[in-house]
Design a protein around this ligand. Sequence first.
Ligand code: HEC
Ligand code: HEC
Length: 203
Amino acid sequence: MKTKLLIAAFCALLGSNVSALAAGNAAAGKDKSAMCMACHGADGNSPSNAFPSLAGQHAGYLVKQLADFKAATHRNDPTMLGMVAALSKQDMADLGAFYAAQTGKVGMADEKQVELGKAIYQGGNVSSGVPACMGCHSPSGAGNPGAKFPSLKGQHAKYTAKQLNDFRQSNRKNDAGKMMRNVALRMTDAEINAVSQYIAGLK
Ligand code: HEC
Ligand code: HEC
């Protein structure tokens, strides 16, 4: 009897360790996403440009953002702070797996701004020192999960422009090595708006 109990206790211990290290479970993440749906959409395609789409974003990037909102030192948002307060590491991993498995929709780009936006995205601005976005975020905007460069394609232009402004003003400081702050610092409002429009239409 004692041995059986010991074995059960050992297995429970092992089980909890395994789940702490486990990768996210998309099915569990779907259940946990009920409280996110109103803003980010049932499948992670947000219906409003006030909220970012999460569908198809890399799981590792999503988990990092959730943890960063919770730490509230380098990325602060009052709405998201309330949302992540009760999330465990496992919840974050499950939510990340769920949204990463969804398919992102292409957004709408303002055709008048696409030409300047494309030039910035593909070639940067040599005279002011803005690097080409595609060097890190890839030509298609799919990013590079291995290097922790997020996917940008199809995102609402209003959200992308807000992030670039936040990086430029150092309101958002969760970019390793100031990678994005150094980019945004050199950008004009017109460049930020145009590149955000171009990104919305990337697929
Ligand atoms: C009331 C609306 C609302 C709800 C509900 C909500 N969010 Fe958000 N979420 C936002 C807003 C607004 C932002 C953009 C914050 C900013 O401007 O930086 C955001 C940003 C995010 C981001 C960062 C996206 C990126 O590309 O960097 C993630 C990840 C996220 N939310 C996940 C969640 C999850 C998971 C839930 C549910 C547990 C949730 N959100 C619930 C409004 C909401
Ligand atoms: C040297 C690599 C690098 C370059 C060049 C670069 N980025 Fe980034 N970008 C990053 C990294 C890394 C992050 C993620 C920061 C984090 O971990 O939160 C990021 C994040 C972003 C985000 C936030 C995404 C989200 O969902 O919130 C936007 C928007 C963005 N970059 C746009 C751009 C644009 C536009 C350009 C070109 C003008 C550009 N980036 C050039 C590395 C780069």
